[in-house]
Design a protein around this ligand. Structure first.
Ligand code: GAP
Length: 514
């Protein structure tokens, strides 16, 4: 199965089992907007809890807030979003499809890279054991030629975007002979900038009402509350403010399911530090955030950093944590050293002094900020992509299993009476009634035990508990583990402990503290 086929299956699986539905589906959906179903919302809440607790509970110098989505319009002027939160767009006149011009160019570069990889693979086959890939890449004339072309195009694009030279961006597309993937033609419009913020009117009448924006990031709610939190919480630098919440971007090229949405959720933490100490803290958060991802056990080789060479004008260091999705390595989280840009801009635009008074040195200063910013939905997709597996079992049977990390699984325990009679359902319900105070449980009595196991595998339930006739005599049940499919016989009183050991988030948190 190709990765594309795996991804299609995953999307269908998410719908079939109640994880994610297209928004307003009975009206044919709304592009790049999705609803989380009954299991999706559980997984999403668990992801958020894992993030929130790892920030706010484990770090005594980080506190949380929940700011409003609507903010004063000046916030977005100060942050630079009104002027510069744009995508360069281009339309194909034949297909009438719209594309991000920079993405078209990046995809062209990726294709050139694939050509290089093919050359390398061919040579590796030809030379066998003695093949020296580094040497080949450095000396093969064809590889060097392609690499030079890529570098030149990338450099041209960076300069053109920096200078907002949209005619040059179009020229790069023409020079690279990039065609529309739908029409196959090179009949392009000019490139123009398109602001990604949604706007609406505040007030009961539209006339004379103010235009306000749906926030495109949660971070600004933290910056404008810096003094409120610092003063009311008597916070001492270095300290952090964390927030989770919805953000909105009018993404033009919305693709890859929940990877790029118009309405999505972010989990952001701004860490305020003394000027001069930001790089040390940047490195700290860079390491900590990678640890957080890896603790889930989805595979260390599935992550990599992408350090930014071209930095935004306000940043002095930036990296992305990338995850290997079925469609390649892509960003799930950004870690940015944002200097004092945001607080200084708000100071300037609001006319209020936004500074920290250091009682030790007796000096006031605008703190520097290190930000960690991750999308909940991308995190969700990361987990589902790594979890989805189709397995061939002994005896020719097949199963689809979601190997979701147990601490994040939507349902922790399924309890099943072997048959729907002889007092077994009563015992099973009794077990659910005890466990449900601490864990999401499901009671299931329909179909054969085998079919019930398959259903639970398909939604990622780590533990199934079966009550049979023997249970009535010895008070013991069978516990079946999702990943190994191994079964053990234990006393009902031991269940709580076994479930706790298997699904507790504590183990994840302990890994972060190593
Ligand atoms: N405050 C910084 C900020 O917003 P960003 O790189 O634009 O930085 C941070 O976004 C994270 O938010 C991304 O790494 C991604 O996980 C998520 N994100 C951004 N745009 C998204 C979209 N359209 N759909 C889903 N997630 C998105």
């Amino acid at each position: 199965m190709t990765q594309e086929e795996v991804f299609k299956k995953l999307v269908a699986h998410c719908k079939e089992y109640g994880f994610i539905f297209p928004s307003s589906e009975i009206y044919d959906g709304l592009a790049a907007v999705y609803d989380y179903g009954q299991l999706g919302v559980e997984l999403k809440n668990n992801i958020k809890k894992y993030w929130w607790d790892s920030m706010v509970k484990l770090n005594s110098n980080i506190v949380g807030i929940d700011a409003a989505i609507f903010m004063h319009p000046k916030v977005w002027e100060a942050s630079g979003h009104v002027g510069a939160f744009n995508d360069p767009l281009i339309d194909n006149k034949d297909s009438k499809k719209r594309y991000r011009a920079d993405v078209l160019i990046e995809e062209w570069c990726e294709k050139q890279n694939e050509k290089i990889n093919k050359e390398v693979a061919k040579a590796a086959k030809r030379f066998g054991e003695s093949f020296d890939e580094t040497m080949f890449r450095q000396t093969n004339p064809r590889v060097i030629d392609i690499q030079n072309k890529i570098s030149a195009v990338q450099q041209r694009m960076v300069t053109a975007l920096e200078e907002n030279n949209l005619a040059e961006v179009k020229q790069i597309i023409l020079d690279c002979e990039i065609v529309c993937p739908i029409s196959g033609s090179r009949n392009w419009t000019d490139v123009r900038q398109f602001n990604l913020m949604f706007d609406t009117k505040i007030g009961s009448v539209a006339e004379g009402a103010n235009t306000i924006y749906l926030r495109p990031e949660t971070a600004q709610g933290i910056f404008v509350n810096f003094l409120n939190v610092q003063k009311s919480g008597r916070m001492k630098i270095p300290f952090g403010i964390a927030q989770m919440g919805k953000a909105f971007r009018n993404e033009i090229v919305a693709r890859q399911f929940i990877f790029r949405m118009r309405e999505f959720e972010q989990m952001e933490m701004q860490f305020f530090v003394q000027p001069g100490q930001e790089i040390q803290w940047f490195n700290h958060w860079k390491n900590f955030r990678m640890k957080w991802h890896r603790a889930l056990g989805l595979g260390d080789d599935k992550y990599r950093y992408h350090d930014h060479e071209k930095l935004a004008h306000y940043a002095n260091a930036a990296t992305d944590v990338e995850f290997q999705f079925p469609f390649g390595f892509k960003e799930v989280e950004g870690i940015h050293s944002r200097t004092d840009y945001d607080l200084s801009r708000h100071q300037q635009f609001s006319g209020r002094k936004i500074q920290y008074f250091d009682p030790e040195s007796g000096e006031s200063f605008v703190p520097y900020v290190v930000e960690t910013s991750i999308g909940v939905d991308r995190m969700f997709l990361q987990i589902m992509s790594a979890a989805y597996a189709e397995e061939q079992l002994e005896g020719g049977e097949q199963r689809v299993v979601l190997r979701i990390p147990a601490a994040l699984a939507p349902i922790k325990v399924a309890v099943m009476p072997l048959v729907k009679k002889d007092g077994l359902p009563e015992v099973a319900r009794d077990i659910v009634n005890k466990l449900k105070f601490d864990y999401m449980c499901q009671y299931d009595e329909k179909d054969s035990i085998g079919k019930r196991y398959r259903r639970q595998d398909a939604i990622g339930t780590p533990l199934c508990v079966t009550v049979d006739h023997q249970t009535l005599e010895d008070g013991m049940v069978t516990v079946r583990h999702r990943d190994s499919m191994q079964q053990q016989r234990i006393k009902i009183e031991e269940l709580q402990q076994i479930v706790e050991t298997e699904v507790s988030m504590k183990k994840l948190f302990e890994k972060l503290m190593d």
